[in-house]
Design a protein around this ligand. Sequence first.
Ligand code: GTP
Length: 652
Amino acid sequence: MSINLAYVWRSACLRVVSPCNHRVFSTRAPWNATKSPEVHIRMEDFACDAIRNFSIIAHIDHGKSTLADRLLELTGTIQKKRTGKNEQVLDKLKVERERGITVKAQTASMFHKHEGKMHLLNLIDTPGHVDFAWEVSRSLAACQGALLLVDASQGVQAQSISVFHIAKERGLKIIPVLNKIDLPAAQPELMAAQIETAFGIDPTDILHISAKTGQGVEEVLRAVIERVPPPTGDQNTPLKAFLFDSLYDRYRGVISLISVQGGVIRKGDKISSCHTRKRYDVTEVGIMHPEEIPTNSLYPGQVGYIACNMKESSEAHIGDTLHRLGAPVEPMPGFKPSKAMVYAGVFPVDSSDFPKLEESIKRLTLTDRSITIQRESSSALGQGCRLGFLGTLHMDVFRQRLEDEYDANIIITAPTVPFKIIPTKGSDYFISNPTEFPDIAESMGKVKEVQEPIVSASIIAPEEYFGEITDLCFSHRADKIDHRYLDAGSGIASSRVIITCVMPLSEIVTDFFDQLKSRTSGFASFDYEDAGYQKSDLAKMVFLLNGKPVDALALVVHKSAQDKIGRAWVKKLHKVIPRQLFEVPIQAAIGKKVVARETLSAMRADVTAGLYGGHYERKLKHLENQKEGKRRMKRVGTVELPQEAFFDILKK
Ligand SMILES: Nc1nc2c(ncn2[C@@H]2O[C@H](COP(=O)(O)OP(=O)(O)OP(=O)(O)O)[C@@H](O)[C@H]2O)c(=O)[nH]1
């Protein structure tokens, strides 16, 4: 399946309603949902003071996509479903719908009349999960305001705090909104007090809504228009457009999402990129409504898309500034490129499928620019790719998309973080593949220090879980553990606590989050951010089958956990490796030292089965011959590890 199917499917499941009362649409070409490409929207009617660019930010599951649906309905951008079911129109990917999470930020332009004046509202829906924080900061770059949504039954959570800070740093106007007030467990007054404590926001500024029932959502539209400042920009200055996202279309190539800062961009314009200096012809200009609607031009303050014969998605550099050919402008400050936090090798189950897999990975990364790719080959798994992800959820979502959208049958190796090696001579370098990690013996005198990435983590949970959480943090090598109360002074019996600490990223990549969820019955929320690197006592662990190392299974482990990890993995291997005709030792080793071992007993074929009666010595001779044969096999034989065994070992 190709990525384009997502678009086809999207178009099929959406019906755009006729906003015949909108005078912004030219009467020469009346709106017709079935002929949307011919719609003419007079973009010049929307000067900056009639535009609002905003985003919805929140902790995961607090209702961003549901609120986006209500806003799209209320403004007539999509039709209200009679079923009352949430459509989550902006969650376009299959994986987003299945998991109920937003992975990719989406843009939608809406038209709304306020006090007799038509406004153009550009909404950018953002993902909530910590892995997609990069998408959040990228989306916010095109906005002047943000709706900070907080679930009225759950209150402020770890990501509510992190997204609030991202928005604050960018100088956005924040509109606090308490959602889900229809829930019986909602405690709007208490949560409003919490918002005041956590963010210093006046409770009277907080809107109380139910995105599900639509209660109070009109107030949200009013607040967006009245509180969010309009964008600035002059159409008489040279064209300056900020590229903040890109999509890929098989026919038109790269589609860039832009926000126009100055000047006008029109179909047929010749433009150039400040970053690559390449020249392009603009072949299409339009807005996302929420599907692509060509408009022929975009004016200052407006957000929309352009197609301009960009063939490779790498040409659309996120954070780039576009200008008219021959009229260069000062580039806008871009933003930090995404940084891979977790690496894993991806191999086809059937090694002859590698070319197809590589092609699918490349295509998928066109819609997900935060993934890094490098070729990798393993003696056990053949040719594959080493991919860098923003986190383990990101990795899992990518795996699911490869399987759903490209029918790929893959094996993913255990995730690893990038390690920093400081050699005694020469410059520092990074390693993202455990097989490349220096062996203890090899590194003697050559490696001065090994460092691992650390993060500042924050956990919010009801205070009764405080002990459990601190225990969990300690067992995951956490340091500088601190805490404070979120409901300080509110006088309630059970308060919530924010625990902060510094922790190695590798501990989070393994099982920290799962354990946190189970130990707190799902009541804890967790967020982390990059905190640099620190010296660590790490070593490469290899697994040997019949004395031969299996490269695809190598791990980098901390000294304190090496015995535990070694034993657990050896046990796992013992369970999944099929018995062979000879005995197979399964070992976990660090350098020359074996830290764990299991023995897979031989499969004994009954060579005496056909011998009825006869002399006892004859039977014995057969058994002796079999023993000798096995010894030979063991000497020359290597263990055949079927791909399925890898699959079983490497899946959680
Ligand atoms: N009762 C009630 N449920 C709501 C309301 N708003 C959202 N929900 C439900 O909460 C769940 C999460 O809503 P989403 O809109 O997917 O949340 P989100 O913030 O977009 O989630 P991510 O994109 O994964 O971060 C869904 O089951 C919604 O139906 C509300 O006002 N009331």
